[in-house]
Structure formats: structure tokens, C-alpha cells
Write a protein that binds this ligand. Sequence first.
Ligand SMILES: [Zn+2]
Length: 85
Amino acid sequence: MESFWLCEDCLQAVVYDDFSALSLYYSEAEVEQRIAHMRIELQALLPLSADFDPHTGAGIQAFSTHPCEVCHSPLHGARHRFTRL
Ligand SMILES: [Zn+2]
């Protein structure tokens, strides 16, 4: 099975179908563009299954400098592991 490390934005999008966090960082036009981009990228990877455990920390990198493997965001931050079903 293939694993992917997702940024916080993609995590929210996959788990909750919630893109609202994006609006904190981007202008409205940028948000729409980024959501459209993320939906396309995610569609290509679905179905994804969460493969991390908040209790043990397995599958979670608190601070990664690698780009997100879905939206390719270069922003550093937390990454969560997902597995392609
Ligand atoms: Zn991402």
C-alpha cells in the first residue's frame, strides 16, 4: 500500500471535507484556486484512509520540512500519514 504525508489543510479536506482553514491564510480568489487544486489532487488519490494515531503519535510528524504530498504545499508544519486503499 502506498502512503502519503498530508498537510493540515489536506487533512481537514479529507477527513471533514472542510476547506475553511484555508481562508485564514489566503485571499478569496487564492482560496478558491487552492481548493480547486486540492480537490483535483485528492480525487486522484482517493480513497485515502487515515493512518495515524493521535494517542501514540504514530504516523504523525509534528513539524516537517517536506512538501505536502497532495497539494505540494511547501509550507512547513505538521504532516499526517494516510494510506491509499
Ligand atoms: Zn496539502
